[in-house]
Write a protein that binds this ligand. Structure first.
Ligand SMILES: [Zn+2]
Length: 456
């Protein structure tokens, strides 16, 4: 085996250099044979070492092949590689011409299968690699996306194709800053992508009002994924952990991914950050009028959309906040009479109308918790009888409160709890690491975190 390798190597070398007449092949070849035979012991000993490490042979050392590489792969110097980046308006046909390859190869490749047809529409910036030997195309590698390449290999007159998928590598990075201008600008200044900034506001949307209550001096720290392909930045991934100090309040969030791949964030104690709603704001429920966009109004006697639900109930029946939130409006509002509007996170609002009274002490900006009594059923405003008129809006749009898909809040499922706690401990220790801290320690932690997240 070794002898064959030596001999091939010699032949390759001589051909490559083109400096030696043919007879040298014969001479060197037989020299190699002679040495091989006469120094069998030495060579066998040498075989323990990586090839080429020692060179007490009468010619150049063999190419270095790592020990782990059991199979000897001869370096073929006759292979010529040409790398091309597709320029604007360039077709594969034009590129083949530039490289000097015949149309027949191009046609064989393009007509191979459905995937190879993709090569008819190349985009600027796509990378193409040609491997030629003796000016004959042996291999064509076309990068379809950052994550996928098609590889065509010569099989006689035609080509075979295989697909190579690249899985991006995940690295974990930390970032954070104190706000000097705005979350967006300061976030950009420390290199965060739009996606990461949006994730951050979505994670805390229930607890922090990012449109009204962000202050200079607020600060945050996050741990997030960065995806790389072959060591180059590809895109940002998920936020794994976040801490936001908004005025005097500190909020934390830690990612859990369930077996179906759904991502949810929890406080370090495992409470969901995404809150849920009670379906009904009054306890004893009799729906007297449903959500109906074409209802004839009982008092105005004309078509007027009923963008909520009416619950018939005696005057004074307590009304409960259907979710944690903040009082956005409290007072008389035209035909609604005494009205309360609550803001829940960034996305949801609820409205309670025709009240006889408000809960004591409640005012605009008060925070309320789910189930807290906020007022009492009445018939103020345009109402035929005592009832609660209740509206539910998602991003400002009315939805039927009885059928709207409500966000699901689940405390962390017991089956994920141990793993969640283990990861969260690591994430907290990383959040608490100062920048200048031992980077080896940080590296160890991030590697563990990546392993833990990929384990699930
Ligand atoms: Zn109504």
């Amino acid at each position: 085996m070794l002898f064959n390798a030596l001999n091939r190597f010699v032949i390759n070398k001589v051909f490559q250099n083109n400096r030696f007449p043919l007879w040298t092949i014969v001479v060197l070849g037989s020299t190699a044979l002679a040495i091989t035979l006469s120094n069998r012991d030495i060579l066998e000993e040498k075989a323990e070492l990586p090839y080429g490490v020692s060179s007490n042979l009468p010619f150049e050392p063999l190419p270095y092949i790592p020990e782990s590489n059991k199979k000897f792969v001869p370096v073929d110097p006759a292979i010529r590689t040409i790398q091309v980046e597709v320029a604007s308006g360039e077709s594969l046909s034009l590129i083949f011409q530039k490289v000097g390859l015949p149309d027949v190869d191009l046609l064989n490749i393009l007509s191979l299968n459905k995937d190879s047809e993709k090569l008819k529409n190349l985009k600027p910036g796509q990378k193409i690699k040609f491997e030629l030997s003796d000016d004959l195309l042996q291999k064509l590698v076309v990068e379809i996306t950052n994550l996928e390449s098609l590889i065509f290999s010569r099989q006689g007159e035609s080509f075979s194709m295989r697909r190579e998928a690249v899985k991006p590598d995940t690295i974990v990075v930390t970032a954070g800053t104190k706000l000097k201008t705005s979350l967006y600008i300061d976030g950009k200044n420390i290199g965060l992508s739009d996606s990461v900034i949006m994730q951050l506001t979505a994670i805390f949307a229930w607890d922090i009002d990012f449109t009204q209550n962000i202050r200079i001096g607020d600060r945050f720290k996050i741990i997030y994924e960065k995806l790389e392909i072959k060591g180059e930045y590809y895109k940002t991934g998920r936020i794994l952990a976040a801490e936001f100090v908004n005025q005097a309040n500190r909020y934390t969030a830690f990612l859990n991914t369930d077996n179906n791949g759904n991502n949810s964030y929890y406080s370090e104690k495992g409470h969901a950050l995404q809150k849920t709603f009670l379906r009904n704001p009054v306890d004893s429920v009799r729906v007297s009028s449903r959500f109906n966009l074409k209802r004839k109004h009982p008092i105005l006697n004309r078509i007027r959309a009923h963008k909520g639900v009416d619950y018939a109930a005696p005057i004074g029946t307590p009304i409960r906040a259907t979710a944690d939130g903040q009082v956005k409006y409290l007072g008389v509002k035209g035909g609604y009479g005494n009205t309360i509007e609550l803001q829940h996170g960034g996305k949801y609002t609820t409205l309670y109308a025709h009240l006889s009274d408000y809960a004591k002490g409640l005012k605009i900006k008060s925070t309320v918790t789910q189930g807290q009594v906020i007022g009492y059923v009445g018939k103020s405003g345009l109402a035929t009888g005592p009832h609660l008129h209740y509206e539910f809006r998602v991003n400002g749009e009315h939805r039927d409160p009885l059928t709207v898909k409500l966000p699901a809040e689940r405390p962390i499922n017991i089956k994920y709890k141990t793993a969640f706690e283990e990861r969260t401990r690591m994430l907290i220790s990383l959040l608490n690491h100062s920048k200048a801290h031992d980077t080896r320690e940080t590296k160890k932690i991030t590697e563990t975190i990546i392993r833990l997240y990929s384990k699930r």
